[in-house]
Design a protein around this ligand. Structure first.
Ligand code: ASP
Length: 337
């Protein structure tokens, strides 16, 4: 059984929705039975439910859940959950402790989506602001825009009273270079200088929201923006269907609108995990690099089913409900199809 599959909703409604989609002329991807499912989480179907990328997402999930069970707002859960990772000085891929760009400057990307009303806010290339997720939320709630970048985003964040921190870029850059050299030596040239927290929430009343935050690729060109703040790439929420979020090499996610694609697969009836796997297969089919791309996704749907899949072997994701809070392994993708 897939994560989150409930007897009452799985087969019957899947067949119903499949039939409806086919009648509507939609093209359903083929399902591949060989896709592995290594876990059968008991949190499936639970509400509230929080799903995020990477093991470091677990602490964020737990902070988000605490807000939700305390009766707090779903957007507060997303924002304050992500604060935990953005504030973690040991995390070198999210927040101001993240990896600098090629000019030695930490430039942050973040976005947030709120299902009802299909609202979105985003910031990119943001410097010196402690919580980029809060800047994204303010863009969504206080402006008529969806995205602000660079100095404009920073000025807006400051105007909104968000906390700024002077970052000692030079020292940070030198530290990062040292760390990278060490990692290179230990891993035969392969270094992992990027990660993102993408955090998805299903509220008790069925409301869906999500957020995403990262310092992007270490050593990126100044001004480079990845997938994370791009609505539909690093994150997508549709209150009727579900949500998806991404981590990996942003360029590979952006070219395929990865998170949007997953939500659309779920709309056609695919389980969140199958939707993630199918999106990766579709990307790999089209891309000259095939499965060598670093693309990893998490997803949840309106019924509380969830899943993930990634091309990175070390990818894992975190799932938290009132029943349990756990890190689950990358279920992988059947590459033979
Ligand atoms: N997707 C992020 C970016 O490309 C990095 C990551 O999630 O690993 O900026």
């Amino acid at each position: 059984m897939l994560p989150g599959t409930h007897m009452n909703i799985s087969r019957r409604s899947f067949l119903d929705r499949t039939a409806l989609s086919l009648l509507a002329g939609a093209t359903l991807p083929q399902l591949h039975a060989a896709d592995q499912v290594r876990t059968e989480p008991s949190e499936a179907g639970e509400k509230p439910l929080v799903v995020s990328t990477w093991p470091f997402g677990k602490a964020s999930n737990e902070a988000a859940l605490k807000i939700l069970v305390g009766g707090g707002a779903i957007l507060d859960a997303v924002e304050q959950g992500i604060w935990v990772t953005e504030s973690d000085i040991n995390n070198h891929s999210v927040g101001l402790s993240g990896t600098p760009n090629a000019a030695g400057v930490v430039q942050l990307d973040a976005c947030i989506m709120y299902g009802p009303g299909h609202q979105a806010g985003s910031v990119a290339g943001l410097e010196g602001i402690r919580h980029p997720i809060s800047a994204a939320r303010r863009v969504m709630e206080k402006t008529k825009h969806v995205m602000l970048v660079g100095e404009g985003a920073r000025m807006f964040a400051l105007e909104q009273g968000l906390e700024s921190i002077e970052v000692d870029s030079r020292n940070r850059y030198l530290e990062w270079q040292k760390r990278r050299e060490k990692e290179r030596a230990q891993s035969a040239g392969k270094t992992d200088t990027h990660d993102t927290i993408a955090l998805l929430v299903l509220g008790t009343d069925g409301t869906i929201a999500g957020g995403c935050s990262t310092s992007g690729l270490g050593g990126k060109l100044p001004g480079r923006v990845g997938d994370s703040p791009i609505i539909g790439s690093g994150l997508y929420v549709d209150n009727e269907v579900g949500a998806a979020g991404a981590t990996g090499i942003g360029e590979n996610v952006m070219r395929y609108c990865g998170s949007f694609l997953i939500v659309e697969y779920m709309r056609q009836g695919l389980h969140p995990q199958k939707a993630c796997q199918e999106a990766i297969r579709r990307i790999a089919r089209q891309d000259p690099k095939g499965f060598e791309l670093s693309v990893n996704f998490v997803a949840l749907d309106k019924q509380g089913r969830f899943g993930a899949a990634g091309t990175d072997q070390g990818f894992a994701y975190s799932v938290t409900s009132p029943k349990a809070s756990r890190v689950l392994p990358n279920p992988g993708v059947d590459r033979s199809k």
